[in-house]
Design a protein around this ligand. Structure first.
Ligand code: NAP
Length: 312
């Protein structure tokens, strides 16, 4: 039985998860700065629901000496997950199960290696964004998959999937979470850096001026995925399969502004290290070149550097 959850990182996914789980379990949202406890969720249908959430900073949580939870969900961006966990780790029994909700493949293998307790990874297509310190909009429903990288915690994944589904996060426990994380990373790598750097909506990638560059990126990603032994979901094979999949996603999300573009526009660092980093590392291990991916990474790094300079 999972009766208590802590959610570390009160961003869009963290607050959506908190609103969803709060009616079913004891819940504490752990933040690094004070936030209002009265929180508003706007549903995909436009309905507003106000809920009081137990939101505490790490320091306040320590003062209250709470009973350890049955699971801790880490819902920060990829590059913040390890620091967030470090801020809480000494308050947790080392055997506490963690659920990592990050895109990409940066913190998941590292935390799996270093945390003594079970480490599950979730990949979700739920869509959410923040409207301030007290509001989150649930933009759209989508399936969630959960499992651990070494397939040692299937029973726990099943229990969590059942509770998340009951909470409105339609979740399936899976034995191939590693493959699913990489499949999502591949699609993200093929679309997000390009649209972020060009400042365009996903669908604009279909324009003749961007198509060639996009195809070159997808082909590099496809070669790396082939070397990793990962085929596209849905039955496609190799380069043709990845090209078809990515262009289908571009079609389905034509009006979307990628989170990487939103991050650059808001002057925040992007998740490039979690999305491009594992691909470039894999290319190096397999003796493959990935000049397009390296160039995108360099350009994103310099955009982030320019933002950093403006902030100073
Ligand atoms: N949003 C979506 O629709 C969506 C969908 C699928 C997957 N994802 C993935 O889910 C992950 C989270 O995304 P998001 O959109 O929810 O991000 P987000 O809205 O930017 O939220 C990140 C949260 O992490 C908090 N945080 C950062 N460092 C922390 C620390 N050391 N301790 C505690 N909290 C800390 C931030 O707090 P501050 O407010 O103090 O900065 C913020 O509340 C990402 O990997 C993303 O790719 C998101």
């Amino acid at each position: 039985m999972i009766t208590s959850h802590w959610i570390l990182g009160p961003g869009a996914i963290g607050r959506l998860l908190a609103h969803s789980l709060a009616p079913l379990a004891n819940l504490c949202v752990v933040s690094r700065r004070p936030l209002p406890i009265q929180q508003i969720l706007t549903t995909p249908e436009g309905e507003q629901k106000v809920q009081r959430l137990d939101i505490l900073t790490v320091e306040k949580l320590a003062e209250q000496a709470p009973v350890a939870p049955d699971a801790v969900h880490i819902t920060t961006k990829a590059m913040a997950a390890e620091a967030a966990l470090a801020s809480l780790a000494e308050r947790l029994p080392a055997t506490t199960p963690l659920v990592l909700w990050q895109n990409g493949f940066l913190s998941q293998p590292r935390i799996t290696r270093t945390w003594a307790g079970p480490v599950l990874c979730a990949t979700t297509t739920q869509g959410a964004y923040l409207t301030g310190d007290d509001g989150v909009v649930h933009a759209g429903h989508g399936p969630t998959f959960i499992g651990d990288l070494n397939n040692r915690h299937g029973a726990l994944a099943t229990l969590l999937a059942q509770q998340l589904t009951q909470a409105g996060f339609e979740t399936t426990a899976v034995v191939d979470i590693h493959q699913r994380l990489w499949q999502k990373l591949a699609v993200n790598a093929a679309i997000n850096p390009l649209v972020a750097l060009h400042g365009i909506r996903n669908g604009e990638l279909r324009n003749a001026s961007y198509q060639g560059q996009a195809n070159a990126v997808i082909k590099e990603v496809a070669a790396i995925m082939q070397a990793e032994g990962i085929q596209p979901p849905g039955g496609g094979q190799g380069e043709t399969g990845w090209l078809a999949l990515v262009w289908q996603v571009v079609e389905n999300t034509a009006g979307n502004k990628a989170s990487m573009l939103q991050d650059l526009e808001a002057g925040r660092p992007t998740e490039r290290k979690a999305i491009l980093g594992p691909l470039m590392q894999s290319a190096a291990q397999h003796g493959l070149t990935c000049k397009n991916l390296e160039q995108l990474d360099d350009q994103l790094a310099s955009e982030e550097g320019a933002i950093h300079q403006r902030v100073l």
